[in-house]
Design a protein around this ligand. Structure first.
Ligand SMILES: Cc1ncc(COP(=O)(O)O)c(C=O)c1O
Length: 325
């Protein structure tokens, strides 16, 4: 579905109409992928519109910028305020939030240093990424023929535009062959992650997820799921995982801001468990959505309410632990 193409975009301190939010074709980012960005969500909860772990997302944005030697033109607090202001200016109840910091227009040598570091914040409506049905019934996926980037090539702790060239290859291959998603291995052949989501596998009541050293993005949802799983009393292990664990798993699921928590029902046409959302996946999904839907207490302070008159919980409280936990 194309963008609705409405609303205002925050660009270097000004709110610009969607149709006018343009950059020059000679901008460095277009040619060399020199952008770092985030994807967060604001939910329409019964207690009002609330961003989910915005602090953690913005901390990862600043980490990504630091890895790429970019100095955003605004501080963490200013960025935080700009995101909230943009949601308010657009009067959004729920939205996907996309801040991007990128090398703009100056010269087109590979050296990015002469180019300005520009910032934009876009918002749009984004429902269930893999479809509403996928959240309940799961998706069919394949192991990708593409690997994730090798260590010390494209750093995966940074959420950079460049890394999404690899994600696009994984996604296109999956779609071209009739699957919803692809799961990539790392260059050692261990399980890594999906094109835009982290991976969890359940076997004999133990929940497994690949560690940061398996070329994964340190997902905020992954961190939230680890927290929820521990809280629910499940055993959880972060370790290098062999591909074939997918084929003998009792359950498997993707997690991420876009997919939220989506069960995987088959991998390479081999049924996962009984081919339906498993009980552990469902328990974690339920807990996650209960927080977002205001049915459970927000005990980790993950919701930040946007509009005046609503509770404004613990800004900054999660920022230091969120992506490193
Ligand atoms: C490659 C990749 N892995 C994992 C994730 C999940 O990260 P998060 O939960 O922070 O959205 C994403 C989504 O941004 C992603 O693009």
């Amino acid at each position: 579905m194309a963008f609705p193409g409405t609303g205002k975009i925050w660009m270097n301190g000004s709110l610009v109409e969607w149709a006018d939010a343009k950059i020059h074709v000679a901008s460095h980012v277009i040619h060399y992928g020199s952008g770092v960005f985030e994807g967060a969500r604001c939910y329409d909860t019964p207690r009002g519109s609330a961003c989910f772990r915005l602090d953690a997302h913005l901390e990862r944005l600043f980490d990504s910028a630091k890895i790429y030697r970019m100095e955003p033109g605004l501080s963490y607090d200013e960025m935080h305020k700009a995101v909230l202001d943009t949601i308010k200016a657009n009067e959004m109840k729920a939205c996907y939030i996309r801040p991007i910091v990128y090398r703009g227009y100056h010269t087109l040598g590979v050296n990015p240093f002469p180019c300005p570091v520009d910032t934009a914040i876009l918002l749009w409506d984004w429902g269930a990424y893999l479809g509403q049905d996928a959240l309940a019934n799961g998706v069919d996926v394949r192991v990708s023929s593409w690997s994730r980037a090798a260590p010390n090539t494209f750093p995966t702790l940074a959420k950079t535009s460049a890394n999404y060239a690899n994600s696009s290859l994984i996604k296109m291959e999956a779609i071209a062959e009739g699957y919803s998603e692809g799961i990539a291995l790392d260059t050692g052949g261990y399980l890594s992650e999906g094109s835009g989501q982290n991976l969890f596998v359940v076997r004999d009541d133990v929940i497994y997820t690949p560690p940061l050293t398996a070329s994964i993005l340190p997902g905020i949802t992954r961190d939230s799921v680890v927290t929820i799983a521990k809280d629910l009393g499940f055993k959880i292990r972060e370790e290098m995982l062999p591909r074939e664990l997918l084929y003998i798993a009792d359950e498997a699921f993707f997690v991420g801001t876009a997919v939220e928590i989506t069960p995987i029902k088959s991998v390479d046409k081999i049924t996962v468990g009984n081919g339906r959302r498993g009980p552990i996946t469902e328990a974690i999904q339920q807990s996650f959505f209960d927080i977002i839907n205001g049915k459970a207490a927000d005990k980790w302070g993950w919701l930040e309410f946007v509009y005046d008159g609503q509770p404004h919980e613990q800004v900054g409280a999660t920022a230091k632990t969120a992506t490193r936990g």
